[in-house]
Design a protein around this ligand. Sequence first.
Ligand SMILES: [Zn+2]
Length: 190
Amino acid sequence: MTNKKANQKRSSEKPGPVRPAQQDTKPLHGPHPAILQLGNPVLRSPAILVKDFDSQLKKLAEQMIEIMQQASGVGLAAQQIGSIRRICIIPGQEDKPLVLVNPTLKNLDGGNQPAIEGCLSLYGLQLPVERQLAVQVQAQDLSGQEIEFKAEGLQARAVQHEIDHLNGILIIDRVSPQLRWMALKQLIQS
Ligand SMILES: [Zn+2]
């Protein structure tokens, strides 16, 4: 998931050298080279449960955090860097990255709300996505310990976005057919 604040900051930076007019609406930077983009089949593959809480898993989590931060993201799922293990990163306390292994959700009865979301695998796209306002999260940490907490606000939105990734679902699947069509057209043209 992308960081809206970072995007806003980037777009308000002073313009660099004058570019041809037809490029003005295109993003200034391309997607992170390590992050798979729409069209890669790994993004559509449901992730498999993690059973080995070993050093490889810790290394994968470290890589995910590093790449996510380089891309100014606030969340990342393993498929986005080509792994199909059930692990994702979301904003934790004080927005520090929180690693969730084998996460599941219980919806709390707080209602839904649409808000604009971006995705590091759909570079440059922002779409209104309806999410639960608060969810109960059950997961394991990197040593296999069970964790459970209530997520609200950005954290609730991020965990729903990342668990969608782990199930092979992207934000374009969560909007109307008309919006999806416009979004795909925008991606093709960018
Ligand atoms: Zn995403």
